[in-house]
Design a protein around this ligand. Structure first.
Ligand SMILES: NC(=O)c1ccc[n+]([C@@H]2O[C@H](COP(=O)([O-])OP(=O)(O)OC[C@H]3O[C@@H](n4cnc5c(N)ncnc54)[C@H](O)[C@@H]3O)[C@@H](O)[C@H]2O)c1
Length: 674
């Protein structure tokens, strides 16, 4: 029988055998509510044993009761005692220890994801999206850091749901880190079984960029939100291509991790926005950051100010401290016209705290969630019903409503309102209102390959970011397409719009070859010593990388929207081509079992090795998504793949579908049925 002394001797990378001091929790830092805990006694014991796997035996007696207390009161074992005592933030790369640039770069990214300025529930390692974690607990965090300090440029670190499984020899052109999060076996791939596995310390929800260490604060989503709003205005309100949202009203909810981008985006688009938020601390954060301009808890005042600015054709974003349903019912009652309407509460987890029931303050919601989950769920269902009714009335009066990828319509359906499904029975044919991807992002951006390319200047220097902004701008031809003009203006004004929260990062929508060319240009700048190393990446909310029928792939209509082959291929293909970090997750954005999503990180160190990887991997990462969209007969994707095949003749080749005539199909089926 092995003993713990021999086990300890068999490892050189491990946690220390000294009990860390218990941390002091700062007042005012947002804390995650208690998570679903349905473990039986055997499973509770297992959860304890599992958490103690990380710590040497001499600490078990002290930690076992502490861990049990955490499990029973918080639903998870976070191992708070192992939380660093100093402030966590993404420091300049040179301040980290490591044996290769990638090992240090990943530490910058992890720490940025847990910065109190950036993260939603930093003590519980949640970066954003209510439940999206960097890793499961602080023991994993400490161990990950130790592994990253040891990682060489000929090894790969395997990270499974936050757990560093180990370092294994690979090649200089292999990924340095392979990450998976929340992957479940089919028959257990549902939120309940996943929550059980997670409570036992065996799984983790990585959202999109949290568990892939690529979150860059709300900026990451501002560009996409801006694109969505401006294009919704063009499509639905008849705004010409060279005009903005001046004089138009956008109503929505949420000032959290991603939803917090909405007021900033509406201001950049020059419109007027009112955003309902129940949690005052999040309003304060966004206000302090300059992301929302005015705070009020008075609906009369909110609409009065909004109309003044609409008349002046000036922009303002207003945070309404209260429930979105109260706001919408007020607008219905007073017959106020709303041009654009959406919602960004965390409806992908409505019963776990993502959606606040009407009639409860944020604090009361947390209390109820902790004390009586059943009653909480009932209240959530009632509120979803009222929410649906208000939206329906407004839509009937001429408002354009779109689902913002938060599974709002799915949540309404799950609450028992079947009429929100197109066929009134199930979700197989979608919902009565469009999702923003179906109507806007899909056909206008993703189908061409435009997606949320991003980078972090690892030196931490604002001047590096400025130089990269200018370099990226020089690559874009604003006259090629409307989208290129929008992107050009975006990057030109990016610094002025003060988008940075946390590390010196930038988001810029680009297509496959735009991303490649910018990446190569940046790597050249690193080589020439103009800037320090750069981490490239993207959100998973992109053309490629994510199979998500309720969001990213909601504008796929050939029946393949329920498959996840593309996401897996994207991940494997990026690994094969040597991206520095490759991540594959379950449920990003919409919740466990509803999507498979992946992302990458690529460290630019100025080497020619990196040039070669960029040339092959960056186009692949996007074109795998365009090819899948093209095969689903999406028109712009077909055009894009045709151009691509011509440009890359003899190197790459994509299969393009022949399009059957609808009349022929109708006729054939009619004849057969006779
Ligand atoms: N914008 C996008 O393109 C995009 C991309 C990915 C995901 N999402 C989805 O959007 C949702 C929001 O993401 P997030 O990171 O901002 O989550 P978050 O949990 O950080 O923020 C949601 C906010 O909504 C507030 N809220 C909840 N119920 C409310 C109510 N009834 N009235 C008013 N406010 C309420 C919460 O207090 C919270 O601050 C998630 O479901 C996420 O998956 C959107």
């Amino acid at each position: 029988m092995v003993n713990n002394l021999d086990i300890s001797k068999a490892m050189t990378i491990k946690l220390d055998d000294k009990l860390p001091e218990y941390p002091k929790f700062k007042e005012g830092v947002r804390r995650a509510p208690k998570r679903e805990l349905t473990l039986n006694e055997r499973e509770i014991k297992l959860a304890l044993k599992n958490a103690l796997r990380y710590v040497p035996e001499n600490l078990h007696e002290a930690l076992a009761p502490e861990f049990l207390e955490e499990l029973m009161t918080r639903g998870r074992i976070y191992g708070y005692r192992f939380m660093p005592k100093e402030r966590i933030y993404g420091k300049p790369i040179d301040e980290y220890k490591g044996k290769c640039v990638e090992g240090k770069a990943f530490q910058v990214m992890i720490d940025n994801n847990l910065d109190h300025e950036v993260a939603l529930y930093p003590y519980e390692l949640v970066t954003y999206g209510e439940t999206g974690q960097v890793c499961q607990n602080w023991m994993q965090y400490q161990l990950l850091k130790k592994y990253l300090e040891e990682l060489t440029d000929e090894q790969t670190l395997a990270v499974m749901s936050g757990h560093p499984m180990g370092l294994f020899k690979s090649h200089k052109t292999s990924p340095r880190v392979l990450i998976t999060n929340g992957m479940m076996i089919g028959m257990f791939d549902n939120p309940h079984d996943w929550a059980k596995a997670t409570a036992m310390g065996c799984s983790s929800y990585g959202q999109m960029t949290a568990g892939g260490w690529m979150y860059i604060g709300p900026q990451g989503i501002v560009h996409g939100t801006f694109n969505t709003l401006i294009n919704a205005g063009r499509k639905e309100l008849g705004i010409p291509d060279d005009k903005d949202l001046a004089g138009h009203l956008f109503i929505t909810s949420g000032l959290g991790g991603m939803s917090g981008a909405q007021p900033k985006a509406v201001e950049i688009a020059n419109g007027v926005g009112i955003v309902a938020e129940v949690d005052y601390s999040r309003i304060e954060t966004r206000h302090k950051q300059g992301w929302v301009s005015l705070i009020t808890s008075d609906l009369e005042e909110a609409f009065k100010v909004a109309h003044e600015y609409m008349e002046k054709k000036q922009t303002i974003s207003i945070a309404y401290h209260g429930n979105i349903v109260d706001l919408l019912e007020y607008a219905v009652e007073k017959n106020i016209h709303i041009d654009l309407l959406s919602d960004q509460t965390s409806c992908h987890v409505p019963y776990d705290g993502g959606y606040c029931p009407k009639g409860f303050t944020f604090e009361q919601r947390t209390e109820l969630l902790n004390s009586d989950k059943e009653k909480f769920s009932e209240e959530v269902n009632k509120t979803l019903g009222a929410h649906y009714k208000a939206v329906k009335t407004l839509v009937d009066r001429g408002t354009y409503f779109f689902d913002y990828g938060n599974a709002f319509m799915k949540a309404v359906f799950d609450s028992g309102i079947k009429e929100i499904a197109k066929n009134g029975e199930d979700t197989s044919e979608g919902f009565i209102w469009p999702s923003y991807v179906e109507d806007i992002m899909g056909p206008m951006l993703f189908d061409y390959g435009y997606g949320p390319f991003r980078w972090v200047c690892l030196s931490g220097k604002p001047e590096d970011l400025r130089k990269t902004d200018h370099a990226a701008m020089s690559v874009i031809d604003p006259n090629r397409r409307g989208q290129d003009r929008d992107n050009y203006i975006w990057i030109k004004d990016a610094e002025k719009n003060k988008l940075v929260v946390g590390t010196q990062a930038r988001i810029l929508y680009q297509d496959a070859l735009g991303r490649r060319d910018i990446a190569l240009k940046f790597n050249q700048m690193v080589r020439d010593g103009e800037i320090g190393p750069v981490m490239l990446g993207r959100d998973h909310h992109d053309t490629g990388g994510t199979d998500s029928p309720f969001r990213e792939t909601s504008n796929i209509y050939d029946g393949s929207n329920v498959t996840a082959d593309m996401a897996i291929h994207c991940y494997a293909g990026n690994a094969a081509r040597g991206m520095s970090l490759v991540a594959l997750h379950n449920g990003g954005g919409v919740g466990i079992s509803k999507s498979i999503n992946g992302g990458f990180g690529m460290v630019l160190d100025g080497s020619e090795r990196v040039d070669e990887i960029l040339k092959k991997s960056i186009p692949w990462d996007t074109m795998v998504g365009v090819s899948r969209r093209s095969w689903a007969r999406n028109e712009h994707s077909i055009e894009t793949t045709m151009e691509y095949n011509k440009k890359f003749e003899g190197q790459d080749h994509i299969t393009i579908p022949y399009v059957a005539c609808d009349d022929l199909i109708e006729e054939t089926v009619k004849k057969y049925n006779k």
